[in-house]
Design a protein around this ligand. Structure first.
Ligand code: DGL
Length: 350
């Protein structure tokens, strides 16, 4: 898409907004932001996904000063229980709402355990340049210094801002703005857990305003070729984790269970253990399973034909996508093709 055309779309969306405050929909899915603990000092061992959307919104009356906010409880789960059915339901609801002229942006409240996966899935299937901001909290709503209210306040401002138009799906907690493609949870329990290692934040929330300093160079949202509007199921793709002394049992089990794709979270630059793992993946490939080489390391490019002869094996490499995100892109790629050259193009594009 030409830059001019993209700019015109961004300008068009940003200016389609009527006068006054932006109209922001808050879609609730559960998580700690909707969690409650036994006391105000309970910050671990609380129950996630117990507080409904109206309570969440009423807890932040200041929202009315920055947007016309409406809430909807799409589902109510702890996000470790997220699955493809929930993703398809959420994506279809988001696209329906964004197609409405009276919706300027969307906030999704979500558990932090799988925020990075849901946000990347949406980054690939949302068909609009309007802002979509995924937000969570690391402390339950009942805790001293709960971070949910301020995170929600900032997310609504961001979702209603012109600055966020065309930036792709964003993950915003702790005053920091991350891109869905690259963000990952870096700490099991601290409030500053969401980082984009090496590639960095897109920007910050400060003084009730977003400040952007960069944006993703990869295709997303309205520029994406993926469309889930007519899908009710997604192809089964699994991940095998690499480690010293690894065997082939998990690979064979996933193939026997009907996996259409396997992501290998290799050691180092996506290395394959021999003689156990490489032959197992080769046999899986020969049975039609698409293999993507990723890395457990978390940063850097998995180089094609580096640690394995990908051309010879007909494997795909994940570029910089970590295993859990490579799984999402492979799943969506398989809704369109099983051609590994096409799939490799997708991994170098998104
Ligand atoms: N059960 C986890 C989840 O729903 C709690 C983590 C959180 O939301 O911060 O993702």
């Amino acid at each position: 898409m030409s830059v001019l055309f993209a700019l015109l779309i961004s300008f068009d969306v940003a200016n389609a907004r009527g006068p006054g405050l932006p109209n922001v929909m808050v879609l609730a899915t559960g998580g700690t932001i909707a969690g409650s603990g036994a006391s105000s000092t309970t910050v671990v061992g609380y129950t996630a996904a117990t507080v409904g959307i109206e309570t969440l919104l009423n807890a932040v009356p200041e929202l009315k000063t920055v947007a016309n906010v409406k809430g909807e409880q799409v589902f109510q789960i702890a996000s470790e229980n997220m699955n493809n059915d929930y993703w398809l339901k959420l994506a279809k609801r988001v696209n329906t709402l964004l197609a409405q002229d009276d919706v300027d942006g969307i906030v999704i409240t979500h558990g932090t355990d799988t925020i990075e996966e849901t946000s990347y899935f949406l980054d690939l299937v949302v068909k609009s340049k309007k802002p979509v901001v995924v937000v969570g909290a690391m402390r339950p709503s009942t805790a001293i210094s709960a971070d949910g209210p301020i995170n929600l306040f900032n997310a609504v401002i961001l979702a209603g801002s012109d600055e966020a138009v065309g930036k792709g799906v964003l993950v915003a907690l702790n005053d920091q703005i991350n891109a869905a493609r690259d963000v990952t949870k870096n700490n099991t329990s601290t409030a500053d857990t969401f980082r984009t290692p090496e590639l960095g934040f897109l920007g910050y929330m400060q003084g009730n305003k977003p400040y952007f300093y960069r944006q993703s160079t990869r295709r997303h949202t309205a520029d994406s070729e993926f469309d889930v509007s007519s899908l009710d199921v997604l192809p089964q793709v699994d991940i095998v984790y690499g480690y010293a002394n690894m065997n082939r049992v998990a690979i064979d089990a996933f193939v026997a269970a009907g996996a259409k794709g396997i992501v290998h979270a290799g050691v180092g630059d996506g290395s394959l253990a021999r003689p156990a793992v490489e032959p197992a993946l080769d046999e899986a490939r020969k049975k039609g399973v698409v293999i993507v080489r990723s890395s457990r390391v978390g940063n850097g490019i998995v180089a094609r034909n580096g640690e394995a002869k990908d051309d010879e094996h007909d494997f795909v490499v994940s570029d910089t996508l970590n295993p859990q995100k490579a799984r999402i892109l492979l799943m969506l790629a398989l809704t369109k093709t099983t051609d590994t050259k096409e799939i490799q193009r997708m991994f170098f594009t998104y």
